[in-house]
Design a binder for this molecule. Structure first.
Ligand SMILES: *Cc1c(COP(=O)(O)O)cnc(C)c1O
Length: 309
């Protein structure tokens, strides 16, 4: 595993319009294959031990999965064989993430959602029969090493803040692995900062359960550095009708951020989290002059693949 930092950058024009001190953790520019939170997670999932003992990967995702794209680039970089089980219809035109997955030489198997588990098991057997040693990665990089990547990333953030104490930290939350690592890291290293996870797909109850479960696993793995909270913030009011759904206010925020200061957000993940932040400020849940960190988790290829904006 390489020790790789992403920038922490002040966004003064957007911050001034919102009336807050805004810093953005630029994991969208994370400097390993393709960037984004999935690349950061994979840096920990594909650790030294794994690299010594395997030479192929089986994983899963949708056509526009950032996880598939990051895995495909990692696999190519390591010279490994990759089989992607894709729970989508094969598109006529390969765009965004899928274009890169294909270019990387991965084998693609398009299946129905209900067939994913069987198809992944079969891909593992097929690779073994071909003489490979395949490593199995859950969709989204959902595992303790994925959460660990974000726990470690909070130490990096703390160093970059140089003593500034953030009041709020916003992050887009899907499987909850990213938020879980951030929650534990912030409780340990930046106490007093409130973490707000903005749901991209799940309702509040399911989302919270998933984050708390990942937190419990990571906390144990680390030797219990924190007292587990009963509750966390996981706000499901900003996803529209669900995963990849858009709505006019979301599109407005994405356009506004881009033209105000070149802040590029995507409609699937970061746009929803940033729109929520904008509304929290408008509704005065966040007071003027607060120190806010927005964790930019990537998503540029999701933006490039959609025609809704
Ligand atoms: C996957 C992803 C997320 C959500 O991360 P989880 O760890 O699944 O909660 C957020 N933003 C982007 C750009 C992603 O690709």
């Amino acid at each position: 595993m390489l020790q790789i930092y992403s920038l922490l950058e002040s966004f003064n024009l957007v911050g001034t319009e919102l009336g807050i001190n805004l810093r953005i953790k630029r994991d969208d520019l994370y400097p390993l294959p393709g960037g984004g939170s999935k690349a950061r997670k994979l840096n920990y999932i594909l650790n030294e031990d794994i690299r010594k003992n395997y030479n192929a990967i089986v994983t899963t995702g949708s056509n526009q999965s950032n996880h598939l794209r990051a895995t495909a680039l990692w696999a190519a970089k390591l010279g490994w064989k990759l089989t992607c089980v894709i729970h989508d219809d094969e598109p006529v035109i390969y765009e965004g993430n899928l274009k890169i997955v294909k270019l990387s030489g991965a084998e693609l198997r398009f299946v129905q959602k209900t067939e994913v588990k069987d198809a992944m098991d079969k891909a593992m057997v097929d690779l073994s029969n071909e003489g490979y040693k395949p490593f199995y990665i859950w969709g989204g990089g959902h595992c303790v090493e994925g959460a660990l990547a974000y726990y470690e990333a909070v130490k990096e953030l703390k160093e970059q803040l140089k003593g500034v104490k953030p009041d709020f930290l916003f992050v887009a939350s899907g499987t909850g692995t990213t938020q879980a690592g951030i929650e534990i890291g912030v409780r340990q290293f930046l106490p007093g900062c409130k973490v707000i996870g903005i749901s991209v797909a799940r309702d509040e109850q399911r989302g919270k359960e998933a984050v708390l479960e990942s937190m419990g696993t990571l906390n144990n793995y680390l030797g219990n550095p924190i007292t587990m909270p009963d509750n966390i913030e996981f706000d499901d009011n900003w996803m529209g009708c669900g995963y990849e759904a858009t709505y006019p206010e979301l599109i407005d925020t994405i356009k506004w951020a881009a033209k105000t200061e070149g802040l590029i957000l995507d409609p699937t993940y970061t746009g929803k989290a940033f729109h929520a932040l904008r509304m929290y400020v408008k509704n005065e849940v966040i007071k003027p002059n607060s120190n806010v960190v927005f964790w930019h988790t990537g998503g540029l290829l999701n933006l490039m693949a959609t025609n809704k904006i």
